[in-house]
Design a protein around this ligand. Structure first.
Ligand code: NAD
Length: 358
């Protein structure tokens, strides 16, 4: 039986040093589901945080984890963020997420995602899945053979990343406006950590607007594409935090804002698509004290959820674009309150979302 390898660059279990069930209970969870299949080495978790506003909708992540505790922490943190995200943009959905621990070798990917589909179907619509890191539209089609509770389908133009990038782009413009008093991104220097799907689309939007771009990625092909198409500067994954730029845009994985990175960050603005960028809640306070403007992740990256819901409901894509255009004004509202109340933007966003969930 293949064992699960460590490749994610943060160890959530070590960082939290807390019992996972205590952690989940403290954050209002009522249900966490697990599915195992010995023959396939299939290990998956669906965490449903809140269904008060509607069924839980959130992506299916398929990445390697060092152990099941890390996977559990990841899915719980992500599911909660989905509740806050949906509430923040007034969508009648709750927060949930699915994590499948990716083994080093998979003989039959379709069989894997058929089991994933059966797992989702067993929850009778309490959880609706979508794309996330490591899954693709083909995986979603396979899931769809087992359940209708899936939103990212190729035949419905289900790829959300360009829409997420649109929202992040709007968000960066709002950050620049708040910090510098103008919305012109020409000449603004943005350091993008991770130029996969969202990071690449974001780089393109910024390049078209005349912004200067620095990128890093552990995948050389992704880096090369940005050099060729956008004349991007390249730094190593370790050096991205110390780039002397206007905006740091985390678009890889979570927990990248922590004690170490805050001590070295040069950018006065953090605005990117990654989920759960703050390792702990107090890091939002640290950023505030250091005068770093932080665009709360689940607000600035809500474009993907807005689009996933739009596709699930088979509504007009223009409606999604209209909602995504409002991300900038939501952020400006949060920043104004943060300034007035002298509280971190992350805390202000949580308060607004919690009021809507109450
Ligand atoms: P992706 O997997 O396509 O891209 C992530 C990129 O980050 C990859 O190119 C990967 O090689 C790179 N990467 C991984 N670890 C890295 C490291 N340590 N340093 C530098 N680069 C690294 O994922 P994506 O769909 O573009 O999503 C990016 C982030 O945005 C994720 O956190 C995801 O959860 C979040 N997000 C995505 C969407 C969406 O619509 N795709 C929506 C909301 C949030």
């Amino acid at each position: 039986m293949a064992s699960v390898v460590r490749t994610i660059d943060y160890n959530l279990e070590e960082q939290f040093n807390q019992d996972i069930f205590d952690y989940a209970l403290e954050r209002g969870f009522g249900e966490i589901h697990i599915k195992l299949d010995k023959q396939l080495d299939f290990r998956a978790i669906i965490a449903i945080h809140n269904t008060k506003l509607g069924p839980a909708l959130g992506g299916c992540r398929f990445v390697p984890y060092s152990n099941s505790t890390n996977a559990m922490f990841d899915v719980v943190r992500l599911a909660r963020a989905m509740s806050y995200k949906a509430a923040m943009v007034n969508l009648p959905y709750g927060g949930g997420k699915m994590v499948i621990m990716k083994p080093p070798h998979i003989e039959n990917r379709d069989a894997f995602f058929r089991v994933a589909g059966q797992f989702i179907e067993s929850l009778n619509g309490r959880y609706i899945t979508a794309l996330d890191s490591g899954t693709n539209l083909t995986d979603m089609s396979v899931i769809h053979t087992q359940t209708n509770y899936v939103s990212s389908l190729a035949e419905q133009d289900g790829e959300p990343s360009p829409y997420t990038a649109d929202g992040v782009f709007n968000g960066i413009r709002a950050c620049v406006k708040f910090k510098y008093g103008h919305s012109n991104l020409s000449g603004i220097h943005v350091a993008i950590q991770g130029v996969g799907k969202v990071g690449y689309y974001l780089a393109r939007l910024l390049h078209n607007e005349g912004a200067k771009i620095t990128v890093c990625d552990i995948d050389q092909t992704s880096v090369n594409r940005c050099v060729e198409e956008f004349a991007a500067n390249v730094v190593s994954s370790d050096d991205i935090y110390t780039v002397d730029c206007d905006v740091f845009a985390p678009c890889a994985l979570g927990a990248v804002i922590n004690d170490q990175t805050i001590a070295t960050l040069k950018a006065p603005i953090i605005a990117g698509s990654a989920n759960n960028q703050l390792t702990r809640a107090y890091h939002g306070q640290r950023l505030h004290e250091n005068g770093i403007l932080y665009a709360p992740d689940y607000v600035i990256n809500a474009g993907g959820l807005i689009y996933a819901v739009n596709r699930y409901e088979q509504a007009s894509p223009e409606l999604a674009s209209k909602r995504i255009n409002e991300i900038g004004s939501s952020l400006l509202n949060i920043f104004e309150r943060s300034k007035e109340e002298n509280l971190p933007s992350s805390g202000i966003a949580d308060t607004i979302a919690e009021e809507k969930l109450a």
